[in-house]
Design a protein around this ligand. Structure first.
Ligand SMILES: CC(C)(COP(=O)(O)OP(=O)(O)OC[C@H]1O[C@@H](n2cnc3c(N)ncnc32)[C@H](O)[C@@H]1OP(=O)(O)O)[C@@H](O)C(=O)NCCC(=O)NCCS
Length: 179
């Protein structure tokens, strides 16, 4: 269990299934996720994904649920993916599924809490992520956490009849620790 100022990051549980299935089928949530989330998810698919996450909480895939500290409400998930023991790096992914919880600081706190774990507990050196360039809320959140823009994948995604760029962002352990 990783405890921040606003949220707690805990192992995923099968009791998360109803919320996870609702969020992964909510177009407002998934419009910035892309990939497979373009398609409707069946309960069986989501259950298979969740089962794998429940059974494996260690590298190379660390996938955790986000609960609010106040009220212990399950509001989303966060993870470190493709953790590399050689390069000491991983990819960060996050989804706050409850729309009424957007913009309240939960995402920032969840990311800071996971970065502290990544750099200070499991000795990673670099965390990277990709974000749609029209996802202003996510970009603002990542900048607040200390990520910097490292590159732009041009016309990387197609949605709503147009191509969009994807930003590559990253943060190093030395930057996270800098005063
Ligand atoms: C992206 C996400 C993780 C951010 O978490 P959050 O809890 O909503 O974000 P926070 O409240 O911590 O920070 C968001 C910041 O963006 C700002 N913001 C909100 N909407 C914005 C907008 N439309 N344009 C610019 N900034 C915006 C907020 O004001 C806040 O900054 P502030 O604290 O300085 O005021 C969450 O909204 C989410 O999961 N969204 C749906 C899925 C998604 O986009 N996942 C990320 C895929 S890369």
């Amino acid at each position: 269990m990783l405890t921040g100022k606003l949220v707690r990051l805990r192992a995923r549980a099968m009791t998360d299934l109803d919320n996870s299935l609702r969020w992964i089928n909510d177009p407002e949530v998934t419009r910035f996720l892309g990939g497979q989330t373009r398609y409707p998810f069946s309960r069986e698919q989501e259950e298979a994904w969740l089962t794998a996450a429940v059974l494996r909480t260690h590298p190379p895939e660390i996938s955790l649920s986000i609960d609010t500290l106040a009220g212990s409400r399950h509001i989303g998930g966060i993870g470190l993916h493709k953790v590399s023991p050689e390069d000491r790096k991983a990819e960060l992914g996050i989804m706050i599924g409850e729309q009424d919880c957007w913009g309240l600081g939960y995402g920032t706190d969840a990311i800071r809490t996971l970065l502290r774990f990544a750099f200070d507990e499991i000795n990673l050196n670099r965390i990277e992520l990709q974000v749609h360039d029209d996802n202003a809320r996510a970009i603002a959140c990542y900048l607040k956490c200390g990520f910097v823009e490292e590159g732009r994948l041009r016309q990387d995604r197609y949605k709503d009849g147009a191509y969009y760029d994807t930003l590559v962002m990253g943060i190093l352990a030395s930057e996270f620790r800098a005063p």
